[in-house]
Write a protein that binds this ligand. Sequence first.
Ligand SMILES: C[S@@+](CC[C@H](N)C(=O)[O-])C[C@H]1O[C@@H](n2cnc3c(N)ncnc32)[C@H](O)[C@@H]1O
Length: 375
Amino acid sequence: MTIADKKITKDILLNWKANTAHSEWSLHQLSPYIGKLKSSVAHSLIKNYTKEGDIIYDPFCGAGTIPLEAWALNRSVIANDLNYYAFVLTNAKLNPPKTLSGVLKKIDSYNLQIDTLKSNVDLRKVPQWVRAFFHRETLRETIAWCEVLRKNNEYFILSCLLGILHHQRPGFLSYPSSHSVPYLRVNKFPQNKFPKLYEYRNVSERLKRKAERAFKRTPELNYKTKRYSYYNDATSFVPQVPIDVIISSPPYMRQLDYARDNRLRLWFLGIQEYKNLDTIISPTETDFIKSMIKCLTTWHKALKPGGLCILILGDAQSKLYEMRLPDMISKIAIEELGKYKLEMKFQSIIPERRRVRKNCKGSERETVIVFKKII
Ligand SMILES: C[S@@+](CC[C@H](N)C(=O)[O-])C[C@H]1O[C@@H](n2cnc3c(N)ncnc32)[C@H](O)[C@@H]1O
């Protein structure tokens, strides 16, 4: 490892350990997303491996962490994810309103339509598992808000709404429940002991407070920088411009359920069938390997000569290859496809083990692999 490589590794590892909850751009905290990358790690990778004006592509962008950090560092961005919730959230982060006062005015103006829309909502059409999370009137109002925001492509305010959809705190809309994944906490907070947590909640006031929180720490953003966000299958999607650097964290090989864990947010976005979506975006090992072979082949075509492909990978064990996920991806990219050479590889312990699917151990480490396109 050269001295420069050692410096980069140290910088990234320090950023992995850092507690950034109170220092990162507040837009990163717009709404939760499982398997989200630490923004400080994204920042460090972008700063060390790309330069201003480069075009960065994140094919599995999730909550849009890499795209937002890239834009904040004045890089052009192409983002993509096949989870519609991820697409909405990334769109919000790549196209935030310029001023808070503008958002607050918009919320007030949409609010004028809500009473009429709300009275048309037929709760009999809402599945019982969704109804279980909300007071009837809050649910009616939330559905009306989603309808108006979706119709007007208001991704930022829509993401604010998704970000306050469920939790146990008063600033949120549901009965007491967890924040990142939708589980009711009625046993911990029974209605007879916590009656306030089960009362009607006004949506517009909570939306405004959420928007204020989102504007708390905002970067200097250059709105002329090109940013694109897509909702496609990464295995077949080819960006229309040559890419300087790909930076992405692919799905963690059967460990996380990206659709199931976002099922309540997806329902409000009009996606009711999350199980089918999970067969694609939370793939089995065999499907994951097939999709990574397709992706690495497609990305090779999309990258400029000598372009970099940087992957952040969990340390799941591959049964088929009998090796850890990062070693398996290196073997595919370098030996089987022969399209890349290894530029750098380093590993870090994840401070908190991720919540994972039943019967999976979960990643304790993450590995960054930097491939360079050859041929
Ligand atoms: C580890 S997460 C990415 C997290 C992201 N870096 C962040 O900070 O939020 C992997 C993402 O890949 C997406 N995904 C899985 N399979 C996909 C596919 N075939 N095409 C596009 N996106 C896919 C999932 O929806 C998920 O958001």
